[in-house]
Design a protein around this ligand. Structure first.
Ligand code: HEM
Length: 311
């Protein structure tokens, strides 16, 4: 049935047009790389910045029917969809959340950035921004890209241990937004609390420090750090599933976390933001299970007179 309906949808033809453009742009480069790779004359080197990318990896690693320029181009478009939209969506929502929360949260974030910057700024600095990390996680809890996740097609019939039977061909998904926002997992789920995970992490670290300290007063740091990650933006847990879970969990989440922080740090250290008088944080638009920021929202922006970006 779906096969009859989708050619009638304008979005289907718009999608085909994007795919064809990508195939035309990438075809000759991919042909060249596959040819050289087949002849054993080329493989991507991490030391070459032009080859440290997904296009090169796919050209060297794709196998069987997938080792073909148009298929690889299609995959690249899908990865662009999975990575760009989700990351941009988070940046916009985090910015809205920070403006809406007011100066106290902003001051805490700026103060944390200053403290971290005192020891120099490199890629490791982003791991130390625990408050900003918490703001990202809280934003994704309330404004996720989608309310349904872990979407799977059952190729074989499956019976779960509670007796639930799923026939082959079933398309299944989990209500991930509802799970995370169940009060049993998130107290006062309707309240935006940017430092929610930060405080949970602090509390956990204090408790685990106390528990891991042996009689001589030493702390088992390895044990402590492994578990503190549970509260991070990039860590999926059994009730925080916006990046999926298990072996198919999003492989781009660590990259996304750094990129979003990089952009937000630059924005809040160099500019001041405010909603237009009489307006507030725009509500998300929901299309099916997908959430989008209101695209016509305007905000007031001005360059800060003091301070500045640490990088
Ligand atoms: C905040 C940003 C992001 C969010 C919320 C997000 C979310 C997700 C989710 C929910 C999945 C499916 C997991 C599953 O069904 O089990 C996924 C898969 C994937 N993501 Fe992301 N993602 C983000 C950023 C990125 C970035 C930046 C990249 C690449 C640079 C990326 C690459 C991928 C890929 C390749 C997959 C497929 C993995 C597989 O099937 O094994 N994602 N992502």
């Amino acid at each position: 049935m779906a096969g009859l309906v989708y050619p009638l949808l304008p979005s289907y033809w718009a999608g085909q047009k994007y795919l064809n453009t990508a195939k035309q742009l990438l075809r000759s480069r991919l042909q060249e790389l596959i040819k050289q790779s087949d002849a054993g004359a080329w493989e991507p080197r991490d030391s070459n910045a032009d080859e440290l990318n997904l296009l090169s990896w796919l050209a060297s690693m794709a196998k069987g029917r997938d080792r073909e320029p148009d298929t690889i181009s299609h995959v690249l478009v899908l990865v662009a969809l999975a990575s760009v939209h989700t990351t941009l969506l988070r940046m916009v929502n985090v910015l809205y959340d920070i403006i809406a929360a007011g100066p106290t949260l902003l001051d805490e974030l700026l103060s944390e950035i200053n403290t971290v910057a005192e020891n120099g700024w490199d890629v490791n600095a982003y791991d130390k921004l625990h408050r900003l990390d918490s703001v990202l996680r809280e934003s994704q809890r309330l404004s996720p890209p989608t309310t349904l996740g872990m979407k799977r097609l059952f190729k074989k019939p499956h019976t779960f241990h509670d007796g639930t039977h799923v026939p082959a061909g079933t398309y299944a998904a989990l209500p991930i937004h509802a799970i995370e926002n169940d009060a049993a997992h998130t107290p006062d789920p309707e309240v935006y609390d940017g430092l929610r995970s930060f405080r949970a992490r602090e509390q956990f670290e204090q408790q685990s420090n106390a528990a891991a300290a042996d009689k001589s007063g030493n702390v088992d740091n390895n044990n402590k750090l492994a578990s503190a990650k549970e509260f991070q933006f990039s860590t999926p847990t059994r009730t925080v599933l916006n990046f999926g879970y298990g072996k198919a969990a999003c492989p781009g989440r660590f990259f996304a976390s750094v990129v979003i922080k990089m952009v937000v740090v630059r924005l809040i250290t160099e500019y001041e933001f405010r909603f237009l008088p009489g307006t507030g944080r725009p509500k998300n638009v929901m299309l099916y299970e997908f959430l989008f920021p209101w695209p016509w929202q305007k905000v007031l922006v001005r360059r800060r007179k003091e301070g500045g970006c640490p990088f």
